[in-house]
Design a protein around this ligand. Structure first.
Ligand code: GLN
Length: 491
């Protein structure tokens, strides 16, 4: 059957481009049309750049006609989370404090995408400064889940996830500080990947918590995630935390299967709070991995129980420092004030939303004299403990698996007044951020309400080849055809 162009994977679109069957302009028109059709329901984008995308597609087509092939992303329409700077295109991180901010420079990932011939169709919605798990904290209105538009698409990269799930981009970039790529991918039935800390440059990423933030891809397939990752990662002298050693090859082991591998199931990431449909889909997948030749080991990583608490000290502490720069003097919004101090206070009170203010207050408190050791210091010890638990586990197994999120997509409004319930969305994803390890969510099926379930595969630092090897097998076993099933929902 011939798929509509907006349903193609990046790999499939690349083949059609190279065989001359379609042009980049066709792909871009299809995706823009799809965005126009679905945006009223989904609100995945803050800015659609149809004009810029058409120009970039024309130039990608010109290049190909001249035999200049820039690689797997050449001519492919992709979406970008709006916390990555784009030269000449408004970038707000979904905060009113950055309303109207037009960056004078491209983030390194944007430069890399452009150099690879990719076409940027627009900037996607997120929770303000990437703080949240539902996009309900956006300063510009939430996004909705294409599987059920009364539900959240997850967050904070919810706009990127909704766009890819609905076909308004063949892939997207998101950022993941505690789960913000993987959780929305799980809730929208797509693949979402956080690479090893330091492998994708954060130059031009609006910082939330710098010791945790990583950029990564959201795509329809595991192979596409590898193609996007290979395009955007690599050492960057403009990011002081950028990794300068050898990079793994994510694509080599995609077809190898899991025969002979040792896979650990984390015993802490199950039980109370996990939906039965999520638990049974995950256990079934584990059994099938065993059937495919993997040795399954149940492992306890006790510090995972306190990872969330440590995260909610470390992330706010770092955000309180990172967000100090938004003062009404240098960027975006400027409120009235008789003195500089009053101007700054008024700008921040007016420009930041309630969750961002909560985090700044929490973080400032945790870092203040007299409390530093009790809060931040303790959290750092927990972080070290998590790293030790992981190291012990990886001395026994090649990869670890768990649900990505304890629940499927929840109803809009359900958790907004209960920060703890919202924070628990990331209980499975946060440990990999605290350790700096790679992890990916792969869709494995639907619950009884036809809502997608994600399966998380974690690997040690720079263990991307191993992670992709397992993820590709999970994808083959699940043979989850998201687009075919979602088509009717959004028309
Ligand atoms: N939901 C988590 C938070 O609110 C993680 C966000 C993220 O990964 N950016 O902090």
């Amino acid at each position: 059957m011939n798929k509509p162009l907006h349903d193609l994977s990046i790999a499939e679109a690349g083949e059609k481009l190279r065989s001359g069957e379609v042009a980049s302009s066709d792909l871009v028109e299809a995706v823009i049309k799809r965005a126009h059709l679905t945006e009223a329901q989904l609100h995945a984008f803050l800015t659609l750049d149809s004009e810029g995308a058409r120009e970039a597609a024309a130039s990608a087509d010109d290049d190909l006609a001249k035999g200049k092939d820039r690689g797997p992303l050449h001519g492919i329409p992709v979406a970008l989370k709006d916390n990555m700077t784009t030269r000449g295109l408004e970038t707000t991180a979904s905060s009113q404090i950055l309303a109207g901010y037009v960056p004078p420079y491209d983030a390194t990932v944007v430069t890399k995408l452009r150099d690879a011939g990719a076409v940027i169709v627009g900037k996607t919605n997120l929770d303000e400064f990437a703080m949240g798990s539902s996009t309900e904290n956006s300063g510009y209105g939430m996004s909705f889940n294409p599987w059920d538009i009364t539900r959240v698409p997850g967050g904070s990269s919810g706009g990127s996830a909704a766009a890819v799930a609905a076909g308004s981009g063949l892939g997207a970039l998101g950022s993941d500080t505690g789960g913000s790529i993987r959780q929305p991918a799980a809730l929208t039935g797509i693949v979402g990947l956080k690479p090893t800390y330091g492998t994708v440059s954060r130059y031009g990423l609006i910082a939330f918590a710098s010791s945790l933030d990583q950029i990564g891809p959201l795509t329809q397939t595991v192979e596409d995630a590898a193609l996007m990752l290979e395009t955007v990662w690599g050492h960057d002298p403009l990011d002081a935390t950028s990794y300068s050693g050898e990079y793994p090859d994510p694509s080599t082991d995609l077809d190898r299967g899991v025969d002979g591998m040792k896979i650990g199931v984390v015993s802490e990431l199950t039980g109370e709070g996990y939906e039965p449909a999520v638990e049974s889909a995950v256990s079934e997948m584990v059994e099938r991995l065993e059937g495919a030749g993997a040795e399954i080991v149940e492992l306890s990583l006790p510090t995972f129980e306190i990872a969330l608490s440590a995260y909610y000290l470390i992330a706010p502490a770092e955000c309180s420092a990172n967000l100090a720069r938004f003062d009404g003097i240098r960027y975006g919004l400027r409120a009235e004030g008789a003195t500089t101090e009053e101007l700054m206070a008024a700008t921040r009170a007016q420009g930041f939303g309630p969750e961002v203010i909560r985090r700044i207050l929490l973080g400032t408190y945790a870092l203040s004299a007299g409390y530093y050791d009790a809060f931040y210091g303790q959290a750092q010890k927990v972080r070290a403990g998590i790293q030790e638990d992981f190291a012990r586990a990886y001395s026994l197994v090649d990869a670890l698996v768990s649900p990505t999120s304890p629940t499927v997509a929840f109803k809009a409004g359900d958790r907004v007044d209960d920060p703890m319930a919202m924070y628990l969305s990331d209980i499975c994803t946060i440990p990999s951020n605290l350790a700096g390890h790679p992890a990916v969510s792969v869709p494995i099926g639907l619950d009884e309400r036809q809502l997608p379930i994600g399966f998380q595969v974690m690997a040690p630092a720079l263990g991307e080849s191993t992670m992709f090897r397992v993820a590709a097998e999970v994808e083959r076993i699940a043979s989850f055809e998201a687009r075919a099933q979602i088509a009717e929902v959004v028309g």
